[in-house]
Ligand binder design. Sequence first.
Ligand SMILES: *[C@@H]1O[C@H](CO)[C@@H](O)[C@H](O)[C@H]1NC(C)=O
Ligand SMILES: *[C@@H]1O[C@H](CO)[C@@H](O)[C@H](O)[C@H]1NC(C)=O
Ligand SMILES: *[C@@H]1O[C@H](CO)[C@@H](O)[C@H](O)[C@H]1NC(C)=O
Ligand SMILES: *[C@@H]1O[C@H](CO)[C@@H](O)[C@H](O)[C@H]1NC(C)=O
Ligand SMILES: *[C@@H]1O[C@H](CO)[C@@H](O)[C@H](O)[C@H]1NC(C)=O
Length: 470
Amino acid sequence: MARFCFPKCRLGRIMGWLQIVLGALVIFVSISTLFTFYSAGFFLHNEDICRHFYGGNDPLEVGFDVRALGARVEEVLEKMERLQDKLESTVQQMEKNKTQLFNEKISRMEQKRFLEEEVIRPLYAAHISLRQIRLPKVADGFGNSTIVEHPLINNFVIEEIRKYITPKENRAAKINIYGTEKIHNTIGHACVLMKKELEEYMEYEIGSYCKDDWNLAQKLMVHGCDPVPRRRCLTRASKLYLNPYLINESLWKIPDGRNVRWSNYQCRDFECLSSKNPRRGYSKCVGCFEMEKEKLKWMTNASLPIDVLIKDVLAIKPGVIRIGLDYGIGTGTFAARMREQNVTIISTALNLGAPFNEMIALRGLIPLYTTLNQRLPFFDNTMDIIHTSGFMDGWIDLLLLDYILFDWDRVLRPGGLLWIDRFFCNRKDLDDYMYMFLQFRYKKHKWAIAPKSKDEVYLSAVLEKPPRSL
Ligand SMILES: *[C@@H]1O[C@H](CO)[C@@H](O)[C@H](O)[C@H]1NC(C)=O
Ligand SMILES: *[C@@H]1O[C@H](CO)[C@@H](O)[C@H](O)[C@H]1NC(C)=O
Ligand SMILES: *[C@@H]1O[C@H](CO)[C@@H](O)[C@H](O)[C@H]1NC(C)=O
Ligand SMILES: *[C@@H]1O[C@H](CO)[C@@H](O)[C@H](O)[C@H]1NC(C)=O
Ligand SMILES: *[C@@H]1O[C@H](CO)[C@@H](O)[C@H](O)[C@H]1NC(C)=O
């Protein structure tokens, strides 16, 4: 009996074991499922779940913002569909007028054939191929991701912006002159906040003429989208570009207005920018486009007792003030005067309602198109002088001013001069600002305060950066 029982009993035992194993497996699977659900965020709050599933939680881990990519493809598809519909409806119209077409001219018929064969067909093919794109390309292993998207990229839909931000790897896996494997094109982080404007700016046909939209670029810059991305379109110029005046005349002559594109200004020529014209379209540095007034600046004793003359400043350090920066709004007169003293000055300029950059360049001086947003593009301890006037007044935030002053301090060489020219602010704020300027313990060559109006005061100072050998 035992012989017969044995296989049966063994079977029973095996079944028992199997049940136990299966039971264990069920428990294990349940637990692991529970764990998966937990880690998938099913027990998290609603937003956490969303974030987890849309990959916004940790973009680097997921490597791809699927939702943004989906939106991008969706938009391209939509656009193509619209274009296709439009073209097709035109062709249908033409089909209706067939006889007329025959009677009219062969060229219309040709046109129809062209549209059908050369436009709609390739468009359709492109449409199909776009629909076939496999998405997304998630990395194939942990820590071995070949495609890690820059987190900023998926904020933008326009292809040209995405292409621009994507880091460019060196060819043939070489190391470049910087010792890096790729080049990162940069844009200001506030570009994300100005998405609509940036996308408008970056929508162009590669290789064709750009829109006349420098003012849009400037708007982006002053609102913190700085640097603005580069573009691959051809910038427009004035209809007729004449040679600038010869260098022995250009410094003190109003340039030829035909060398400026005026379409985005209120004025249409340099004469219109006169301070007498109430509709001149700009409010900073009024009178800067009148050479008789400009010629007096920093040369003769002005009405204000706080004014400093160029010759007095250069006399502090004879012969060793050679290069510098003029930080302000103007038409380059400070740089022109310094040039006459064989000092090379770069003048910052923004085209705030008038062509300041063009004016400076046409005078034969160097405009630096920059905003207050950015670190200066100069190396530490390099400049002999920094002059500032007419730009930062009592409006400026103290923390912002602090960052700017420390940057200037960085750029100035030991023994370099910081010339604060007609800084003005509210009388009650003067102590705060004075502290800002004095905190660096520069040597005071000139320090003068004078009333501007009932509530406002002027401050002018020439300060020298001390040696700093540590
Ligand atoms: C077709 O003919 C109608 C009337 O003659 C005209 O209004 C229409 O513009 C024509 N369409 C095209 C595409 O030429
Ligand atoms: C990815 O892994 C493969 C094999 O494990 C390796 O050969 C390859 O170099 C890795 N790629 C990167 C970018 O690390
Ligand atoms: C400028 O130089 C040119 C030739 O070099 C000369 O003909 C002209 O008279 C000069 N102009 C002035 C204002 O010196
Ligand atoms: C300018 O003022 C200083 C001192 O106030 C005086 O010594 C100098 O002669 C004046 N220069 C001119 C050109 O008026
Ligand atoms: C500037 O340099 C030129 C040429 O070296 C020289 O003739 C001139 O005197 C210099 N001007 C001044 C103000 O130093």
